[in-house]
Design a protein around this ligand. Sequence first.
Ligand SMILES: Nc1nc2c(c(=O)[nH]1)N[C@H]1C(S)=C(S)[C@@H](COP(=O)(O)OP(=O)(O)OC[C@H]3O[C@@H](n4cnc5c(N)ncnc54)[C@H](O)[C@@H]3O)O[C@H]1N2
Ligand code: MOO
Ligand SMILES: [Mg+2]
Length: 427
Amino acid sequence: MIEKRTPIPVGDAVNRVMKFAGTGKIEWVPIKQAYGRFLAEDLIADHDIPAFDRSPYDGFAIRSEDTGSKKNVMLKVVGEIGAGSLHAKPAEPFEAVRIMTGAAIPEGFDAVVMLELVKEHSIEGKKFIELNRAYNKGDNVSFKGEDTREGTVLVKKGTPVNAGISALLATFGYHSVPVSVKPVIGVLATGSELLDVEEALEPGKIRNSNAYMILSQIERAGAEALYFGKLEDNFNSCYRTIQTAMKQVDLLITTGGVSVGDYDYLPAIYEKLNASVLFNKVAMRPGSVTTVAEVNGKLLFGLSGNPSACYVGFELFVRPVIRKEQGNELPHLKKVKAVLGADFKKANPFMRFVRARIGFEEDGRISVTPSGFNKSSAVSSLADADVFILLPGGTRGYEKGMLVDALLLNDVSGSEWPWENIVPSYR
Ligand SMILES: Nc1nc2c(c(=O)[nH]1)N[C@H]1C(S)=C(S)[C@@H](COP(=O)(O)OP(=O)(O)OC[C@H]3O[C@@H](n4cnc5c(N)ncnc54)[C@H](O)[C@@H]3O)O[C@H]1N2
Ligand code: MOO
Ligand SMILES: [Mg+2]
């Protein structure tokens, strides 16, 4: 008699998994290797930016009070500085300093006039400038602290380092950067039909594509992959390899062998491992057979062998664990509202995750269009998928133009919890 499985809602399944997401350790990496890593400490400004009043233009530093409301004011040019140089002598009345963008405003000067707005004169070998309007204190000055004040928390711990954060890390002298150690994710493909990538096709066999897909998904999610190869559907060899692999990784992903077929050995392997199964059926398509088990707090993800189901299972269940373990508070895929770009009439009792392309309507709204053959076994539509369209089950299908929810796959900012308020689509 085939075991009866009870499907649970996707949100409940994600919740059960997230309870076992631990917290990683800290390591220091050179700033050039920090891109994409998750900050392990808050980034706090330890000085003002700018750290001194400076010129935003190439021009002349002047004393505004010298300009009054008069025309034809003549100022004597008493020095020249480029960015990085200082003019040490404090200002005297009717003096100016030729100053370049980024240079510190010398003491006693309080405004800058752009080069284009002055007339330059040379009188008896001395340089003068002529001004024809009044200036106020602070005109054309970039003030100390106008960008950021000392003590401001600029980036919260757990945020992935982007290009802007790299600039801040450099600004504040982070030669090396505290980041969370990447969790190590084991990958093992099961299936007697699987050929290695370099092997020629044979009747009844297919190349193992899931493993390479998952290795890429692991990298996108921000973890380290450890690949244990592919195994035939054989209880003993799968059991032994899983047992050994578990010792070397923070969590293990297997693909295939997780359903109810004669050669689907994962359920029996969980039993022999004394693993507690968090769920073995999720009310979703594809990926309904996705199974997650736990042994001594370590997670075992039994992703489906079907490529699209495997892909979806990873993004919904593994990605948030990877990100939460690195201190990220927004570990889930980001949800947006979008206009459905094509009919999707296939009804299903379960929530559907349709692989789709993102685009724009003529009015500027986001549109999402299924990216091709959308069965659980599909591999081709994954190449062109940058969102999952979320279609709640229990309706008669969906029509082009309806407003739907979609989860962004390439977004790095993430979301706290996308699993509320997913309502059947509406116009
Ligand atoms: N009687 C039932 N049959 C099936 C059920 C069910 O509820 N009752 N569920 C179906 C659903 S839904 C799915 S999804 C699949 C899940 O199957 P498994 O996770 O056990 O995976 P396999 O049987 O090993 O393989 C399924 C499919 O995927 C191909 N595959 C496997 N590994 C790879 C790989 N590494 N790269 C590319 N493709 C792979 C494999 O050849 C099969 O075609 O079960 C349904 N059946
Ligand atoms: O688990 Mo299967 O992919 O629902 O199609
Ligand atoms: Mg199977």
